[in-house]
Design a protein around this ligand. Structure first.
Ligand SMILES: C[S@@+](CC[C@H](N)C(=O)[O-])C[C@H]1O[C@@H](n2cnc3c(N)ncnc32)[C@H](O)[C@@H]1O
Length: 341
């Protein structure tokens, strides 16, 4: 089966996101760890109480994640996997003499590297994976009983096709801001998204549900983003001079936090961690059903170029069920027209 691959032209490190704003980083830290200066990794390893011996870094990109984990003493070594030769070359060059190894592979189809690992790190990777069931099942099998899987990822609607009521909630917050900092709201255009990067948010709302089949959740922290991400991401004026907009950024983040408090399933981003549930690997009939379901979904998505994967979560309620219910209600109407504010 042919799987989507990122377009060679896609650059993951040139665009400016909401977390390029220091106040947003503090906000995310509070959602994850309760402390503005404690990031997800420090939080996770404090809870674990030890360093990991060898980490497998999914879709590692330019390797910044594992360099950072190693430099802080959180991991003793790591293997990064990615499909991009260019990014792997960058990662290997930047690794210097750190014990970091790299393998080029398509995460959806290849066998994971043979060396043992006691930690899997999914940082912004799962939302680029098509065959989530296959990947999470295999990682459950490969991790030792006392191994861990930690994630910080986009878990919102696939292809950023936000539910209409959340999109308009973000539009309303945006409208209340001074004109000079307002975002230009343009609803993500599906064909453009698929053309630019067919792996982007391919089945993002399935990431947590599918992961939960094979792992016991230790912590799940909805981070938010439904309001603040569309208002602040690519908002170049604000990102260039966040100090000028301190109060307004605080208003946006407060609206975001309020929304997530009332509806945690609406979070676009989440942090979570857990341990392998080896018993899941014994449920052979269930595993066969999940394989068939995933194969059928990927055949449909592959045949249509990835564009008609309209009902990813039908009959699959889970942690994102509220968002999915909203999406199901909205599906009969066409996406909102690009709205200029
Ligand atoms: C959003 S980037 C995240 C990179 C890195 N985790 C980080 O946070 O800096 C997504 C990564 O997924 C990789 N990717 C996309 N499809 C892939 C596939 N089928 N197999 C392996 N890697 C893939 C891309 O090359 C890219 O490096």
């Amino acid at each position: 089966m042919e799987h989507h691959q990122p377009s060679a032209a896609r650059s993951y490190y040139d665009e400016r996101y909401w977390n390029d704003i220091p106040a947003v980083v503090e906000h995310i830290n509070v959602q994850v760890s309760g402390k503005p200066d404690t990031e997800w990794d420090a939080h996770f390893f404090a809870r674990l109480g030890r360093a990991a011996e060898h980490a497998l870094i999914l879709n590692c990109g330019n390797g910044a994640i594992e360099r950072n984990l190693y430099d802080q003493g959180f991991i003793r070594s790591a293997t990064g996997i990615d499909i991009s030769t260019q990014l792997l070359d960058e990662a290997a060059a930047a690794a210097g003499d750190r014990p970091l190894r790299y393998h080029r592979m398509d995460v959806n189809t290849a066998d994971f590297p043979a060396e043992p690992f006691d930690l899997v790190v999914n940082f912004s990777a799962g939302h680029h994976i098509a065959c989530l069931d296959r990947v999470f099942r295999e990682l459950c099998r490969r991790l030792p009983d006392d191994g861990w899987f930690v994630s910080y990822d986009y878990v919102g609607p696939h292809r950023n096709q936000y539910p209409h009521d959340l999109w308009f909630a973000a539009c309303r917050v945006n409208q209340g801001l001074p004109e000079a900092m307002r975002q230009t709201f343009v609803y993500p255009h599906l064909p453009t998204m698929i053309a630019v990067d067919p792996t982007e948010a391919i089945h993002s709302e399935l990431v947590v549900d599918t992961w939960s089949r094979y792992f016991v959740t230790d912590e799940y922290r909805p981070v938010g983003g439904a309001i603040a991400y569309p208002v602040l991401t690519h908002n170049d004026d604000v990102i260039a001079d966040p100090a000028r907009w301190t109060d307004e950024i605080a208003v946006v983040l407060a609206a975001d936090a309020e929304l997530i408090q009332g509806n945690p399933s609406a979070a676009l981003f989440a942090y979570w961690a857990g341990t392998p549930n080896k018993a899941a690997l014994e449920q052979h009939e269930q595993l066969a059903r999940w394989t068939d379901e995933e194969d059928a979904r990927e055949r449909t998505a592959g045949a249509s170029g990835g564009g008609d994967w309209a009902d990813p979560c039908g009959g699959n309620p889970g942690i994102n069920a509220n968002v999915n219910a909203i999406r199901r209600n909205a599906r009969d109407t066409s996406p909102p027209k690009a709205e200029r504010t």
